[in-house]
Design a protein around this ligand. Sequence first.
Ligand SMILES: O=c1ccn([C@@H]2O[C@H](COP(=O)(O)O)[C@@H](O)[C@H]2O)c(=O)[nH]1
Length: 236
Amino acid sequence: MNVDKIIVPLDVPDLDSAIALVDELPQVTFWKVGLELFTSTGPKILDILKSQEKRIFLDLKFHDIPNTVAGACRAAASYGVDLLTIHTTCGKDALKAAAEAVQIGAEKAGTKPPKLIAITLLTSISARQLAFDLKIPLELPEFALEMALLAQESGLNGAVCSPQEVQQLRASCEKDFLLVCPGVRPTWAEKGDQKRSLTPSQAITAGADYLVIGRPITAAAVPELAWNQIVEELKI
Ligand SMILES: O=c1ccn([C@@H]2O[C@H](COP(=O)(O)O)[C@@H](O)[C@H]2O)c(=O)[nH]1
């Protein structure tokens, strides 16, 4: 396995903290920029990561009507990032509009289009919350699968799912449909707000293409040691 399969989120409040983390973990080749950092600093961090030849997952989780997500996807595709997210629950029209928009945005900017991947069900939602709070009358694995299939039918490149659903999605989706798993926890790490986790090696064995591993590394006393331990456990 390649270390490129491990994506580390830059879930920090400002640019200085983000740069400090990137400098502290030079081994990390794939970083995720999410809502907190992008809202506070805008696209500056993307230029910094690109100047260091890092790969970028821009995890903005768009969720809006077709016209609005298309505009957002056109703009995001111009940054030349590798992965971009949207919620499947935007619906088929919005997903199709978004898939088309990333091609248009990237072409206009003269850059490679990002892989557009859909959130099936946030990894912080439990089966109980799905049924009782969100009132979804499907079993959780079935709902996650339906959302992944909807994303695939709508022309998206992959899905974000918890490691607990990845085996089922891998068996049902096309071979080149990317499966990206947050909610990954080594046995020695706190689960925090993640409700449907597995260990890194279990997630890879189940068929994940990429693992997103944040706080077990970034909140560790020595992030480099935590990274090394995960890499060792994965026998990379
Ligand atoms: O369903 C989802 C979608 C995205 N995320 C993001 O992944 C990381 C996980 O960080 P940890 O510290 O390893 O929990 C975080 O940036 C989330 O926004 C997710 O967890 N679940």
